[in-house]
Design a protein around this ligand. Structure first.
Ligand SMILES: *[C@@H]1O[C@H](CO)[C@@H](O)[C@H](O)[C@H]1NC(C)=O
Ligand SMILES: *[C@@H]1O[C@H](CO)[C@@H](O)[C@H](O)[C@H]1NC(C)=O
Ligand SMILES: *[C@@H]1O[C@H](CO)[C@@H](O)[C@H](O)[C@H]1NC(C)=O
Length: 238
């Protein structure tokens, strides 16, 4: 069928916003952190010959993001290299989302002279990675039976960063831990700390201790302390 005839038949329908009785997209909104990869899923099963168009709309503009007309995928120049439509299911993936990607995403599925349409809102939360510091035990502390390692995460956003400990790269070993949730500072950034108490006996058996800050699916920040037989070597690995 000629796509232009199809378009002229279907578009008036689509923009009225009818979804022909079926939910095409989840209710949303989708929440993402700046820099994450996100996939907007659809609720209807894609048919092989479906033509799928994803649009973006915010306060300033309305534009098409990508069109899948099997076997071709056309991506708007603005999204080249960071957007794809999965030909198997019609999902839209945006890699490394930006703040400008906040807005409403509309899908039009052109199928058998019908238009299925849906809209979902995407929120992108701003992110500032905290600065991670792992305080090594002092020589004095190592004379005692137990000592505490502290991991500081300073000046980050949003408040959902979490700190995790890994001993010898495993998160399975559990020693006494204490977690201080984020404290908001004057500059509207958060700081966190977590400490772990280790006996000197255990310390002697440790190869490394790592503190990791995680937020959503973003690559974690890591700081590692490597225990050497006689000395301590701090190895920053951000
Ligand atoms: C996006 O969708 C929401 C919910 O339907 C609506 O309130 C808002 O005005 C829309 N924003 C834009 C820029 O179209
Ligand atoms: C950590 O690794 C070292 C070296 O591989 C090993 O000797 C030690 O038993 C491990 N410690 C713990 C607590 O698993
Ligand atoms: C996003 O996807 C790209 C390409 O598939 C990948 O290289 C990158 O590590 C992903 N980033 C995140 C935060 O998952």
């Amino acid at each position: 069928m000629d796509l232009f005839i199809l378009k002229s038949l279907v578009f008036p329908l689509c923009f009225i916003g009818h979804s022909v009785g079926e939910n095409v997209l989840p209710a949303g909104p989708v929440e993402a952190y700046l820099g994450e990869n996100i996939t907007l899923k659809i609720l209807v099963a894609k048919k092989q010959e479906d033509i799928i168009i994803w649009y973006f709309k915010n306060e300033k503009e309305f534009l098409s993001v990508a069109t899948l007309k099997p076997p071709n995928l056309n991506v708007n120049d603005r999204y080249k290299g960071r957007v794809s439509i999965d030909s198997a299911n019609g999902y839209l993936t945006l890699t490394s989302v930006k703040l400008e990607d906040r807005g409403n995403y509309t899908i039009n599925i052109l199928r058998d002279l019908l238009g299925l349409t849906g809209m979902i809102k995407l929120n992108v939360a701003d992110v500032t990675p905290p600065t991670l510091t792992l305080l090594p035990p002092s020589g004095e502390e190592l004379q005692q039976e137990k000592f505490t390692l502290t991991c500081l995460a300073n000046n980050g956003l949003p408040s959902n960063w979490r700190l995790h400990w890994y001993v010898n790269t495993s998160s399975q070993i559990k020693w006494e831990e204490e977690w201080n949730p984020g404290m908001l500072q004057e500059d509207n950034l958060y700081s966190w700390s977590s400490s772990m108490t280790i006996s000197v006996d255990n310390w002697r058996k440790i190869f490394s201790v790592t503190c990791r800050a995680r937020l959503g699916s973003l690559a974690p920040l890591t700081v590692t302390l490597k225990a050497q037989p006689d000395s301590l070597d701090t190895n920053f690995n951000l």
